[in-house]
Design a protein around this ligand. Structure first.
Ligand code: C2E
Ligand code: MG
Ligand code: MG
Ligand code: MG
Length: 283
């Protein structure tokens, strides 16, 4: 009986501190949004399975460091923003930042995450296209990632906005596939180009033959639907080998590179000679 009471107390305490945490993040987020400070975009390479070429594209991942709290994970601050009605202004700010950075790698391709709530706002696709073009980027350079969660909200506005984005030339990826909700029927109804297999799937492969068989059949299905398959969360050489054998087209994970500032890729891509010439030209 006593331990039961203790459990309840502990539970309440945790809820309360989570609530306080939420309030604090919300307050700091409002402050940061007012002057746009503390936000950055990191980029993670996505490479071909088995190939030795450079990245096929880079996924833009938001970063936020509050002067009061320190770094806050994107899933966390995006959830708080969503609950506080701050997601729209935050989303546009993040897109702005990402586009600014993306210009540093002319001609490269990128992935951008968009939350279901952003897609729920009418005319989102048109404004998104406008912003991207204003930065001199082509929709064909950009893949839009939406999480499996959109399937839960199977909503007309979302479908319309996704179709509009696809018509404008963006490619679409279903992110975090395998975390629960996406049905094959939904995938066939919407103009998706890419399926991103969640890293929990990759982790589950350690179990042996069963997992491999399952992932092979998912990839087989996706392929039959003309989808490109990206495997997320590739952390080791073994992960990379397994997912290549299972038929993934593209791989992404710490093994190939952690999310990093765009500058990381500029220096890596520009031959020294070019950099010297560029410097000469500015003098
Ligand atoms: P996501 O789109 O599924 O992004 C992949 C996440 O997995 C990233 O976490 C990335 O850092 C992490 N990751 C990549 N490779 C590995 C690996 O090998 N092992 C492990 N353990 N993790 C790996 P991150 O950056 O913390 O982002 C979390 C989520 O936040 C993203 O998941 C995405 O849903 C959301 N997010 C990030 N930036 C934005 C944004 O600008 N807008 C929106 N709406 N959502 C965003
Ligand atoms: Mg993503
Ligand atoms: Mg993902
Ligand atoms: Mg994920």
């Amino acid at each position: 009986k006593q331990s039961e009471t203790l459990e309840v107390v502990r539970y309440d305490a945790r809820m309360e501190s989570e609530d306080r945490d939420h309030k604090r993040i919300e307050r700091e987020l409002r402050r940061a949004l007012a002057d746009g400070s503390g936000f950055a975009t990191y980029f993670q390479p996505i490479v071909t399975a088995g190939g030795a070429e450079g990245p096929v594209r880079y996924e833009a991942l938001a970063r936020w460091t509050s002067p009061e709290i320190g770094p806050v994970a994107p899933d966390r601050f995006i959830k708080v923003a969503e609950a506080s009605g701050l997601l729209m202004p935050l989303g546009w700010l993040l897109l702005d930042r990402a586009c600014k950075d993306m210009r540093a790698l002319p001609g490269a391709c990128f992935s951008i995450n968009i939350s279901p709530t952003q897609l729920m706002s009418q005319g989102f696709g048109a404004k998104f296209t406008e912003v991207v073009r204003a930065y001199g980027l082509e929709p064909a350079q950009i893949e839009i990632e939406v999480t499996e969660q959109i399937v839960l909200r199977d909503d007309t506005t979302i479908s319309q906005e996704l179709i509009a984005l696809s018509d404008s030339g963006f490619t679409l990826a279903l992110d975090d596939f395998g975390t629960g909700y996406a049905s094959i029927a939904y995938l066939t109804r919407m103009p998706f180009d890419t399926l991103k297999i969640d890293r929990s799937f990759v982790r589950s492969l350690d179990g042996g033959k069963h997992g491999m068989r399952m992932i092979r059949s998912i990839i087989g299905l996706a392929r039959a639907m003309d989808l490109k398959i990206v495997a997320e969360g590739i952390e080791t050489e073994l992960d990379a080998t397994r997912l290549s054998i299972a038929g993934a087209d593209l791989l992404q994970g710490y093994y190939f590179g952690r999310p990093a500032p765009i500058e990381t890729y500029i220096t890596a891509q520009t031959p020294l000679a070019d950099r010297d010439t560029a410097q000469l030209r500015t003098h």
